[in-house]
Design a protein around this ligand. Sequence first.
Ligand code: NZQ
Ligand code: ZN
Length: 393
Amino acid sequence: MKDFNFYSPTEVIFGKDSELKTVDEIKKHGGSRVLIVYGGGSVVKSGLLLKIENSLREGGLLFTSIGGVCPNPRLSLARKGVDAAKEFKADFILAVGGGSVIDTAKAIAHGAANPETDIWSFWMKEVALVKSMPVGVVLTIAAAGSETSDSAVLTDEVTSSKRGLNSDFNRPRFAIMNPKLLYTLPSFQLSCGIVDIMMHTMDRYFTLTEGNEITDEIAESLLRVVIKNGKIAMEDPHCYHALSEIMWCGSISHNGLTGLGAATDFAPHQLGHELSGKFDVAHGASLSAIWGSWAQHCYQAKPERFTRFAKQVWGIEKSSTQETARAAIDATVEFFAALGMPTCFTELGIGVQSEEILGELADRCVFYGKRKVGSFKKLDREDTYQIYKLANR
Ligand code: NZQ
Ligand code: ZN
């Protein structure tokens, strides 16, 4: 096991009606002037936003709101949010929504706490983030894991660059999780979430680090649980039990636990971010569209890791290592397809791309040769190009 630091300070308030505890949580974490951040309208339609605003009013908290966050959240809206937070003199940012809303809230918190710095400088690693403002979350989708993660992902729509920032300042103070809030999710978003939860686990699990028993077992059981309950939730989108399991898996899959003591990979995420940056496709869909091609290109780096995955997650055992590894890749891709998720570019809705575009995606993914991607197999420009090419059908 490699040495590690594990810092996961987010207080989780889980269960039915947990959103009613929002005011107490904000007060507990020092908030009195709250900027509420929300998305494109689902929380308006469901009445959740109004419910929270009313409870803040009754609880004597001052608040203002900014809505309109879209999937693959935009830098420009986050900048507007920073201005709104400064003008209102907010001391607490409350995200009511999914990963896009939470990441925007994190960005606003960083910008409001550092008024002299343009937030994109943090994402471009030009300026180190050394302080921020508290963020709380009322989660409405089980997917990105941003409610407990140290990450925030923004898109600069001017350059089509989708970039992540990792920092302990990205850890929310609290995450309120009521599985009933997932009842209104469109089935595509539920599927995107299941894929993303699996991928947060698999992007850590496919590692060259040996003998990491507890971390491996946590990852494998998480994958089995999310696959099992994903199938149930697809059939019965109001199954409280299945949604509870999926929602909690979402947080555990990305708070760091499933990769402790190992070198993590995350190449499929980086490959997917370029697809979302260029074509504005949903994050989960970008991952399911690229993973099979990544796996096909990379599994020879350590086929035994895929055979373990085959046995522990899918219960597959064939006569040879190679056969078992390939069967596990097929089973995973078939599961994505059964969720209604794309497994190649045409299914992703972007069509077959030209050689020029494949080259552009590959260049951007390796920052024009400035970095290699992943650790299971360190991908250079030729590797990323070949993976995009495999998915280009
Ligand atoms: O905008 P509204 O109207 O709220 O609708 C949203 C949005 O259209 C809808 N939705 C959310 N909750 C709903 C609902 N619709 C009905 N009922 C509900 N209860 O779902 C759509 C997707 O929302 P979004 O927040 O974009 O989803 P998700 O949580 O998957 O977040 C994706 C974003 O997070 C980033 C992704 O790259 C992407 O930008 N990620 C963030 C991470 C992090 N911060 O740790 C890690 C991830 O790997 C990921 O990169
Ligand atoms: Zn993800």
